[in-house]
Design a protein around this ligand. Structure first.
Ligand code: ADP
Ligand code: MG
Length: 519
């Protein structure tokens, strides 16, 4: 008979292994979760966390290993069978349809048959009960990311889960939304629902979790009691070495020249889900980092498009580089002039997922190879001549690859980001524009990416850092502003703004973001 301890265990996975080709993403992983326990899953990028929870939710099939729910071995062959076993999941990248309403999105994902009208009242009552306020009739495209997450959580709650899995739920939320989410998770856990929670944020894990399992290179290296561990111990166990602190020089040099200037830039949105940029003004000097904070979906993508030259300004003098108008030039011309965009979407924007790294180097910077000997071979353009450079980028930037010259989609998020950054820096830009550079990247890779940004600014480069991560903004920036509904706030020195000032500007509902008018 099962002893008392085993009766407390809701979910137990034993010796879970999963390979992609020759690459072992999960190796003999054991994890057990008690009823009502909040169990965190921590690990560097590429450690195998998402793979593991996809196995638990039936999205991936393990090569080996068993899963038990309530002491019975179960076969989780699909998400539906996961849900039948009481397992719900909120994904890292949401799976909602923007053109449908909240209720329609929930309706199409439900296993049980329910009359649409009853569904709406069920959503309303769940949303009241759990303080996950959401109007079931609103279009998902009109919701903030935090609100979209509420929809996903409600959708899970409707299935009465015994185990709720969340893959990096807070990387997209404001501090206020995070607080709210934690309240809900704590309430869920005290009502007996277990939670498996992936996060890169160590403080969060300490605050929220009971237990924490740490993965490294596909293996489980440790399970610790979150109540007695420290952020330092977590970080060091995860990375397997001592964490180096960021080095920032505090000297502010007023003699620096203006690198990039944006003057009264306007851009009307070109699709229903876009944001109109309204009279954007900004100025950045060489050697400075300008942080642009804001909740996703407030014009960051559009701003990036305008600055990079993916979208072209109506007037050439809406953007100046070294005092010379460049607003009407395209992305390749701007790259040649020294402006490097490092976009938010690593796959499908910064890279083509099913092309090899050298092809990805070639496609972005084909003009660099135009004068090389083998540019044309057999009347075709030959990407081989970028192999040497792409291998150098991989080596110089500690990009960990499962094989030589892999496809972009074979790399983990953090490693792909290191590659993209290295590829841009090989151009020795004057101005680098980063959008969410450490989104979903583990603390080890994030620290190395942030240190690179600081080093670049200390070398005199101008850096625009568009980020939702306030800690990152404050850690790196010399000056800060906020983008909210296509409007850019005043730019102030970091010493003049606190994180809560920025949080207020991010959440404010205004058309004119003057600090003095809001704070
Ligand atoms: P984490 O969520 O911890 O960042 P993942 O579980 O997403 O890591 O990835 C673990 C490793 O498995 C990574 O190195 C990644 O490149 C690899 N991997 C993930 N999915 C696939 C796939 N479909 N094909 C090949 N390799 C993959
Ligand atoms: Mg992941």
């Amino acid at each position: 008979m099962a002893n008392r301890k085993e009766l407390d265990i809701l979910f137990k996975a034993t010796k879970i292994s999963k390979s992609f080709g020759d690459f072992k993403a999960n190796i003999d992983i054991d994890i057990s979760i008690k009823k009502g326990e909040i169990h965190a899953l921590l690990g560097e990028n590429g450690a195998g966390k998402s793979t593991l929870v996809k196995i638990f939710y039936g999205v991936l099939k393990p090569d080996f290993g068993t899963i038990e729910v309530n002491n019975h071995i179960v076969n989780i062959s699909s998400p539906k069978s996961a849900r039948d076993n009481g397992i719900g999941m909120v994904f890292q990248h949401f799976s909602l349809f923007p053109a449908l309403t909240v209720a329609e999105n929930i309706f199409i994902a439900l296993d049980k048959k329910i009359i649409f009208k009853n569904l709406i009242s069920e959503i309303s009552s769940l949303s009241k009960e759990w303080e996950l306020f959401i109007d079931p009739m609103r279009l998902v495209s009109e919701l903030s990311v935090g609100e979209q997450q509420r929809v996903e959580i409600i959708r899970c709650l409707m299935q009465n889960p015994k185990l709720l899995i969340m893959d990096e739920p807070t990387s997209v939320l404001t501090p206020q939304e995070i607080e709210n989410l934690f309240k809900i998770l704590k309430r869920l856990s005290s009502s007996g629902c277990s939670i498996l929670y992936i996060s890169h944020k160590l403080e969060e894990i300490i605050e929220l979790a009971d237990q924490v399992t740490i993965l490294k290179s596909g293996k489980c290296v440790s399970t610790l009691n979150a109540k007695t561990t420290s952020t330092k111990e977590l970080a060091e166990t995860m990375v397997g070495k001592k964490i180096i602190k960021l080095k920032k020089s505090s000297v502010i040099d007023n003699s620096k020249n203006v690198a990039l200037e944006v003057i009264n830039l306007n851009k009307i949105k070109d699709n229903n889900f876009g944001i109109t940029l309204k009279n954007i003004n900004l100025k950045i000097n060489y050697g400075e980092i300008l942080g642009v904070a804001g909740i996703a979906g407030n014009g960051q993508i559009e701003l990036m498009e305008m600055l990079s030259g993916e979208a072209i300004c109506e007037n050439n003098d809406e953007i100046l580089l070294d005092n010379i108008p460049i607003g009407a030039t395209n992305i390749t011309s701007r790259r040649k002039l020294g402006i490097e965009p490092i976009p938010e979407e690593r796959t499908l924007h910064a890279t083509v997922p099913n092309l090899a790294m050298n092809h990805n180097t070639f496609l972005t910077y084909y003009y660099k190879y135009q004068n090389t000997k083998n540019f044309f071979s057999n009347f075709l353009i030959n990407p081989q001549n970028s192999l040497e450079e792409s291998n150098k980028i991989i080596k110089d930037n500690d990009v960990r690859c499962p094989e030589p010259n892999p496809l972009a989609n074979q790399l983990s998020g953090g490693n792909l980001q290191k590659f993209i950054l290295g590829r841009s820096m090989a151009n020795d830009p004057k101005v680098a524009i980063f959008s969410q550079p450490t989104w979903g990247v583990d603390i080890g890779a994030a620290t190395s990416i942030r240190q690179k940004l600081l080093n670049l600014s200390q070398k005199g480069k101008a850096i625009i850092l568009i980020s939702q991560d306030l800690e990152e903004i404050f850690e790196l920036s010399d000056k800060v502003c906020v983008i909210n509904n296509g409007v850019l706030s005043d730019i102030l020195s970091v010493n003049e703004m606190s994180a809560s000032d920025v949080g207020l500007l991010m959440g404010a509902n205004v058309n004119n973001l003057k600090k003095s008018e809001i704070l």
